[in-house]
Design a protein around this ligand. Structure first.
Ligand SMILES: NC(=O)c1ccc[n+]([C@@H]2O[C@H](COP(=O)([O-])OP(=O)(O)OC[C@H]3O[C@@H](n4cnc5c(N)ncnc54)[C@H](OP(=O)(O)O)[C@@H]3O)[C@@H](O)[C@H]2O)c1
Length: 267
């Protein structure tokens, strides 16, 4: 079944590639007014060309001032937002033998701090849609199924997403009094340029079309936790609630041989 949202004004970040690009195309085809953000101005122009319901708002989400300026541009063009979809993100894996704080900060910058900057810019626009137009706005962010359980080499990526999930869930509690809903999206593996770089097996990886359907269906229901594919995410959730000793033993089995050989640890 194809999910559709009532017509609305939307800000989507990470719109030029992978899940975000597929979402952007679908939202524009469905007739929403969509402000699209990413760093690549060319990527955004390719999406917005010939569409009068699309607004290209290029930005680096790690630049707080640029994100604030983007919020002002969207305000001037749209005058409020019913839906904010924070999807921009990156992934790098850590080799703990070569502990690299720069790498961790590079991942946290867009995945966590960038989301904070975008929320800072977006909240006044969500409130405006509520106060001026009587809408019930929705703030959503793409976390990851890796937020449910600690995985090897995910000290940067998984921690940035776990922080994002915690932050959004906490914010949900506080925004409830303001009649602003919050959804957190936890995808399993989705085939995108981000995961095409991975050199390890990605069980149950799905296509972007499946991701878009699941996200739109979840947003239409205002689900608190939008996760897919369910056969994968329920397994990860189950792992996350196991006793720590069992979780540790299972997690260790996911360590690749080549990551332990050099350290001489074959256990
Ligand atoms: N694919 C998966 O399996 C998977 C699973 C779980 C969660 N996720 C999450 O889903 C989201 C989308 O992932 P994807 O797989 O579609 O990745 P992708 O194909 O690499 O797309 C990432 C998007 O984020 C934008 N972006 C990255 N850094 C940015 C920055 N500093 N400022 C502004 N925009 C930035 C990129 O555009 P520019 O390069 O033009 O800036 C691009 O549009 C990410 O948050 C990712 O962590 C993905």
């Amino acid at each position: 079944m194809t999910a559709t949202l009532a017509p609305q004004r939307i800000w989507l970040t990470g719109a030029t590639s992978g899940i975000g690009r597929a979402l952007a195309e679908r939202l524009l085809d469905d007739g929403h007014r969509v402000a699209l953000s990413a760093r690549s101005a060319e990527g955004l122009a390719a999406l917005t060309e010939g569409r009068d319901n699309a607004l290209a708002v290029p930005l680096d989400i790690t630049d707080r001032e640029a994100v604030a300026a983007a919020g002002e541009r969207i305000d001037a063009a749209f005058g409020g937002l019913e839906l904010v979809l924070l999807n921009a993100g990156t992934c790098e894996y850590l080799d703990a033998r070569d502990f690299d704080v720069d790498l961790i900060e590079r991942v946290f910058a867009p995945n966590f701090h960038g989301a904070l900057y975008a929320i800072e810019a977006a909240l006044p626009l969500l409130r405006q849609a509520r106060d001026r137009d009587g809408s019930r706005p929705l703030l959503a962010a793409t976390s990851s199924a890796s937020a449910y359980v600690a995985l090897p080499r995910a000290e940067a990526y998984g921690a940035s997403k776990a922080a994002l999930t915690y932050f959004m869930e906490s914010l949900r509690l506080d925004l409830a009094a303001e009649a602003i809903d919050v959804s957190v999206i936890h995808p399993g593996f989705v085939k995108t340029p981000l995961t095409d770089r991975n050199d390890f097996p990605m069980p149950m990886r799905v296509g972007v079309e499946t991701a878009v359907e699941a996200i739109l269906e979840g947003l239409a229901r205002r689900a608190l936790d939008i996760h897919f594919p369910k056969r994968f995410t329920y397994l990860v959730k189950l792992m996350g609630i196991l006793p720590p000793g069992l979780r540790f033993r299972l997690g260790k089995r996911m360590i690749r041989d080549r990551d332990t050989e050099a350290a001489g640890d074959q256990t």
